[in-house]
Ligand binder design. Sequence first.
Ligand SMILES: [Zn+2]
Length: 205
Amino acid sequence: MSLYRDQGIVLRTIKLGEADRIVTLLTPGHGKIRAVAKGIRKPTSRFGARLEPTSHAAVQCYRGRELDIITQVETIDTHRALREHYGCLTHAVSMLEAVDQVAQEHEPNPALYRMLTGALRALAELQNPMVTSAFFWKLLSLEGIHPMLDGCARCGREAGGEDAELIAFDLDEGGTLCRGCARGGGWPLSYPALDLLRRRITGRG
Ligand SMILES: [Zn+2]
């Protein structure tokens, strides 16, 4: 069996057998890993509470045939602020679930890792749900789903063109709508909101 080290964010844990858990982590070097923390549910466990969802930890694992086995854990950041505010934790967990869906096992995705660690840090600092919505926009973008924000998603007229003032956003249409196409549909969008959306999606915001 081979040994490896990495660090990661705990995405979720599930019970295994009497005293173990399977811990899913997103790591920069090994992508998503699923590893068994043996004896973690015993009160005397040497892992303590270091492998809870949202925790950032350095781990050492044995590569197993099906599941890896965690042999060492060191806390990097417990993200305590996230757990102390229920609303924050709910938002954080929704991000962790989304990442668990898109991340591939043993396929490094450094952009996804950076996005998740950045969003958790921002959420802990700002305690603002806007962090989570921005994260989902970026995740869509990373997955190759880009909402149209430079023109009308229905008729294709470009922003700045005649009568193409973009005044609404419609997820079903896949982007912004011009005044002619919106006709009261979609979410009304002010120019500052559109600007914010563009900056959030390109990661410059
Ligand atoms: Zn239009």
